[in-house]
Design a protein around this ligand. Structure first.
Ligand code: GAL
Length: 440
């Protein structure tokens, strides 16, 4: 049985609630929280089997593009470390919605994978008790000299670095079907008002205007963060995740929820049955005009043989032009890693120019290093590299740049429920109630 299924089956069988009650302190000026108390979790009695002699790498990269990128990293690792194997412990589910529960149970049980996927930024605080500092390693590899200031600041947690970033993704992208747009004389919408004009035109032709998923429990929250960014603008948007619940009383919060509701009125009704890649596939197949998803969708499109600006087009999510909503996938080294030396060799590949230039063109992300070879990147990614350098930056909430794991769980649930019942009052209340989880 593939590992992912084994994990999920185990968890289902055990049916043991995993309740993370990490209590933490305040939020530092850098926008990160300081943990003050240990995590308390109800544990399953049996845990899934782990790797034997092999380095174990844990992630949620199972889709086309994601899996291709991961395999490219494994190939480099194996070539550089002959005779060693890699155990690819993936748990399917975008944004790690399933993987994080499995991981949490393993960490509490003292059975960590050697190295696992962590979003740079506030999410890293969710794992501080479980990670070994990599500050010296970072310096030895010269990584402090080749990564942008934004990332270095986000990685610095009270003077220590705990993870090695392999990429930078962009959350706020609208993907569209160029043929549908051409046939209907439409331009990609720049503003929220434009979006509704385009959506109305598509609706009249009988095409689903906006493809939205929900099966992986993060697709609605993903869409919503772009709507919030458009509504609050790049200067005020970060305040939503600063720990001050009063910001949700700002009339723009209710306005964003209304916009989201109206957008969902132009979306497919079977959202809960579709994953993010199913929604992307609807656009590729000409069954939907647009979808709003991070640029792992680009990796997915390319894994299906689709060509940028031919088979799919893109633009900033409506109302967010000039702002790059970023997130970064990084990996850490477990405290008590069963294969510590191999794990460091793996992190070395992740941080290297060769590793990043092999991974990112497939993954649909731009390198975390500033010295990567731009010629290896396609039209979309070259555009993205330029935008990252020129745009204002905003941190993704859905993908851990601005939020802890505890907050994300509430955030995903609130938005996924809203996507089904469209109850704006209930959503607003849940978002206010979730604010203390930014410190957990
Ligand atoms: C994000 C992650 C991306 C991509 C996406 C969908 O959280 O950072 O690398 O995997 O989920 O699975």
């Amino acid at each position: 049985m593939p590992e992912v299924h084994r994990y999920l089956k185990m968890l289902t069988l055990l049916a043991t609630p995993v309740i993370a009650l990490a209590a933490c302190g305040g939020i530092a000026p850098t926008g990160v929280a300081t943990p003050t108390a240990p995590v308390v979790v109800a544990l399953p009695t049996v845990l899934p089997q782990t790797s034997d002699g092999d380095l174990e790498i844990f992630s949620w990269w199972t889709n086309g593009g994601e899996a291709d990128g991961l395999n490219a990293l494994f190939a480099i690792y194996k070539q550089a470390n002959p005779g060693t194997g890699v155990f690819n412990a993936t748990v399917t589910g975008g944004a790690g919605t399933n993987a994080k529960d499995v991981l949490q149970a393993r960490l509490q049980r003292g059975q960590p994978p050697d190295s696992w996927q962590i979003h740079a930024g506030r999410e890293t605080f969710s794992y501080l008790d479980n990670l070994q500092p990599l500050t010296q390693f970072f310096k030895d590899q010269g990584l402090d000299k080749v990564m942008p200031r934004l990332l270095l600041d986000q990685l610095n947690i009270k003077g220590e670095i705990y993870t090695v970033p392999v990429n930078i993704h962009r959350s706020n992208i609208l993907w569209y079907n160029p043929k549908i747009f051409r046939d209907n004389h439409l331009e990609p919408p720049r503003t929220i008002d434009d979006f509704f004009r385009v959506a109305e035109a598509l609706k009249r032709t009988g095409i689903t205007a906006l493809a939205v998923g929900g099966k992986e429990k993060f697709e609605a929250s993903h869409l919503f963060e772009s709507v919030l960014l458009a509504t609050f603008g790049p200067d005020d948007y970060p305040r939503l995740f600063s720990g001050d619940a009063a910001i949700w009383d700002d009339p723009r919060a209710a306005q964003a929820i209304d916009t989201m509701k109206k957008m969902l009125g132009y979306a497919n009704n079977d959202r809960s049955a579709l994953g993010w890649s199913d929604a992307a596939q609807l656009v590729l197949d000409g069954k939907a005009g647009m979808t709003i998803m991070g640029d792992w969708a680009e990796g997915y499109f390319k894994s299906k043989g689709a060509r940028p600006n031919v088979d799919f087009g893109w633009a900033a999510a409506p109302g967010t032009d000039g702002v790059f909503m970023w997130l970064s996938d990084s990996f850490g080294l477990a405290r008590g890693a069963p294969h510590g030396a191999q794990a460091l060799a793996w992190l070395k590949v992740l941080g290297s120019k060769e590793g990043q230039d092999a991974f990112n063109p497939k993954k649909g992300s731009i390198p975390a290093r500033t010295d990567a070879d731009k010629r290896l990147y396609d039209e979309y990614l070259q555009w993205s590299i330029d935008q990252f350098a020129a745009d204002k930056l905003a941190p993704s909430a859905t993908h851990g740049a601005a939020t802890t794991n505890a907050y994300q769980a509430e955030w995903h649930n609130a938005l996924e429920t809203f996507s089904r019942n469209l109850d704006g009052h209930a959503l607003l209340q849940k978002l206010k109630d979730a604010v203390p989880d930014l410190n957990k």
